[in-house]
Structures are given as structure tokens and as C-alpha cells.
Write a protein that binds this ligand. Structure first.
Ligand code: 5HY
Length: 232
């Protein structure tokens, strides 16, 4: 099967990191294709970046459908344009925020999220409410790092993420912690070990969900909200 993972920002090194994380857990026989549009923001930090990333993201979904993808992952923790993506293809489309929150809610009664900049906190809090996870989400924390700091040499950014993950457990009563940025995909295993609770990366969770849905042969329903856009 072919899982197409799309990084909506235009930073290729982040796309490569996302692809490596997905390929590390993909089943034998699953081909991971990872792409990013050109011309979108280098990182998505807030509403305006999110808005301009959606039209090129939809083109990636259309092209991927033509190329035979069995399912898609939108690899940005804002889940930008997720419902719109579901309109333009009949393949399953999974957002990494939704996948991470669903996974955390199966493994734990309460979870916290650690994201990058403070401006992402209300966006993720609203997504938790949107996905019916408001009560389960104890807190959304910021490591106070720009998204692209995760691409820098060294581990300064990772150490800031680590500190907030440990605080989530110690202070929030979090029984699981979600990494709230696709660029954190490479940190989950080590942090799970150290924190003593599941530390969930949305790229990995979404990739396995995509495999499951594609494996079941299930497609996005075109019976209503996700019907193809009408020709005008
Ligand atoms: C992401 N931004 O996953 C989000 C997360 C964030 O470019 N990829 C981005 O921190 O806003």
C-alpha cells in the first residue's frame, strides 16, 4: 500500500525527518511517500500561515490521489485544511493532531500537549475541543521555540521540549504527553523512556492509522459533508 504524507510547510529537512519517522514504523509492504509544496511558509506558526498553506496542500492531495495513494497524512499539528482535504479525495485523510489525541485518549485518561510557540496554544486548545477531547486534555504547553529551531544542529530545542514533557507529568497530572509539532517526530521514543508515560508523536500515530484504514479498504464517505466540491 502507498501512504502519502504531506508536510504543508516548505522546509524539506522537516519533510525528510517526518518521512524517516514514518518509515521507521511502517509495515513491510507499505510505501511511504513524503512531499511538501514549494512556496508555502517555511513553517506554519499561526492562522495566516495555516490559511496560505491550504490551497497548495489541496493540490498535493489531488496529485497524490491521481498517483494512487491509498491514504494521506497531513503532517502539521494545526491539522490545516483537514476537512477540505477530505472533500477533494475519496482516500482517508488523517491529521496528526487528531490522530495523536485519539491515540492518547485510548492509552490514558488525561494528556498534555507540548508544542512550539505560545501562539500555537489556543489553536491546539480549540482543536482539542473540536475533537471532543477538551476534558481529557489537561494543558497545552509551549516549549517557547520557533518551529524551525527543531531543524537546528544540536539539541537545545529538544531539551526545551523534554523539560515541558517532564513538567506535564509532574505538574499537570498528564498520564500521556503529545508532541505538538511534526518536527518533534524523532523525539518520542526517548522521551517515552524517560518520562515513564506514553509520549505520542502524531506523525507515527497518523501513519499507523492510515495503514489501518487503507488496510480495511475504507474510504472517506462522499454521502454528505465530504462530498466532492460542486462544479460551479
Ligand atoms: C507543525 N507548524 O507541525 C506546526 C506546529 C506548530 O510548520 N509544522 C509546522 O508548532 O505550529
Amino acid at each position: 500500500m502507498k501512504i502519502h504524507i504531506i508536510n504543508p510547510n516548505s522546509t524539506a529537512s522537516m519533510t525528510d525527518k517526518i518521512a524517516a519517522a514514518a518509515r521507521g514504523i511502517a509495515s513491510p509492504g507499505t510505501q511511504i511517500i513524503a512531499t511538501n509544496p514549494s512556496g508555502t511558509p517555511a513553517s506554519i506558526e499561526g492562522f495566516a500561515d495555516e490559511a496560505v498553506s491550504v490551497p497548495p496542500l489541496l493540490d498535493e492531495i489531488r496529485n497524490g490521489t491521481e498517483a494512487g495513494a491509498d491514504a494521506f497524512v497531513v503532517a502539521c499539528f494545526d491539522d490545516p485544511g483537514l476537512n477540505a482535504c477530505r472533500e477533494v479525495t475519496d482516500r482517508p485523510v488523517i491529521g496528526i493532531c487528531e490522530a495523536a489525541m485519539m491515540t492518547a485518549s485510548i492509552l490514558a485518561a488525561r494528556f498534555s500537549v507540548v508544542t512550539t510557540l505560545p501562539r500555537a496554544i489556543p489553536i491546539i486548545e480549540d482543536l482539542a475541543d473540536h475533537y471532543g477531547m477538551g476534558r481529557r486534555c489537561r494543558r497545552v504547553r509551549s516549549a517557547e521555540i520557533p518551529v524551525l529551531a527543531l531543524e537546528d544542529e544540536g539539541d537545545a530545542a529538544a531539551q526545551k521540549v523534554r523539560a515541558e514533557v517532564l513538567k506535564s507529568v509532574a505538574e499537570d497530572g498528564a498520564e500521556a504527553v503529545i508532541l505538538g509539532c511534526a518536527g518533534m517526530a524523532d523525539l518520542a521514543a526517548a522521551l517515552t523512556e524517560e518520562a515513564g508515560v506514553p509520549v505520542i508523536d502524531g506523525v507515527i500515530a497518523a501513519t499507523k492509522m492510515a495503514e489501518a484504514l487503507a488496510g480495511l479498504g475504507l474510504k472517506t464517505s462522499k454521502a454528505g459533508a465530504y462530498a466532492f466540491p460542486r462544479q460551479k
